[in-house]
Design a protein around this ligand. Structure first.
Ligand SMILES: N[C@@H](CCC(=O)N[C@@H](CS)C(=O)NCC(=O)O)C(=O)O
Length: 207
């Protein structure tokens, strides 16, 4: 059985969605934030970050985008991503990589600003720059969604859920909703989705 290491309000959101959509049983392990991480968890996730996933064969991996791509590959019948070779595949890979390498790190610079400066007085500029970088990334994704229902391919994929998870972490939600109407259109659609509503009840990503 899969084991998902997660925590409410974390990047575990999209992986939980993937597992639920695939309809596979999984054990969910909530990993509380701790000053001194548990050595057993560090062996699975060396940065002590969630999500982490242990596969049924005992192999573990971290990195939300890699986990999502792997789950889509392992459960093709669930339609978690455009299939390899299909027209939406390139966009799916592109945007998953973009979101995990540009936007997620910007979110971390905002919420873990102390890690990104050795100057105790310097937290404010780090946070300001993080929000500016988030804004730049969301503007690019909003543009990518113009005239489209979904970020990649012609149906909902994990890229859409990943995007909604990230935008829900924006510190100025009202500004985000107004600034990026195409993202807001997607988000509104997912806010009405039964599985998203169920996950949001525990993750409390949006009001
Ligand atoms: N690159 C990782 C980032 C994961 C990450 O930063 N997770 C956060 C929760 S959303 C976390 O566990 N933070 C705790 C920490 O960094 O100490 C991924 O994409 O999965």
């Amino acid at each position: 059985m899969y084991k998902l290491y997660t925590r409410p309000g974390s990047g575990g959101f999209v992986v939980e969605a993937a597992l639920a959509m695939a309809g596979v049983p999984f054990e969910q392990i909530d990993v509380p934030k701790k000053e001194t991480p548990d050595p057993a968890f560090l062996a699975i996730s060396p940065l002590s970050q969630v999500p982490a996933l242990t596969l049924p064969n005992g192999h573990s991996l971290t990195e939300s985008a890699a986990i999502c791509i792997l789950l889509a590959e392992r459960h093709p019948e669930a339609g978690l991503a455009p299939e390899a070779g299909s027209p939406g595949r390139a966009d799916f890979l592109r945007w998953m990589a973009f979101m995990s390498s540009v936007l997620y790190p910007a979110v971390l610079r905002l919420y873990y600003a102390h890690r990104y400066t050795a100057d105790g007085e310097g937290l404010r500029p780090v946070k300001q720059a993080a929000v500016a970088e988030m804004d730049r990334g969301f503007a690019i994704l909003d543009q990518a969604l113009a005239g489209r229902d979904w970020l990649a391919g012609e149906t909902l994929s994990l890229a859409d859920i990943y995007l909604v998870m990230l935008v829900a972490w924006h510190p100025e939600v009202e500004r985000a909703r107004n600034a990026w109407p195409n993202i807001e259109r997607l988000w509104a659609r997912l806010r009405g989705n039964e599985l998203m509503r169920k996950l949001n009840a525990t993750h409390e990503m949006w009001a």
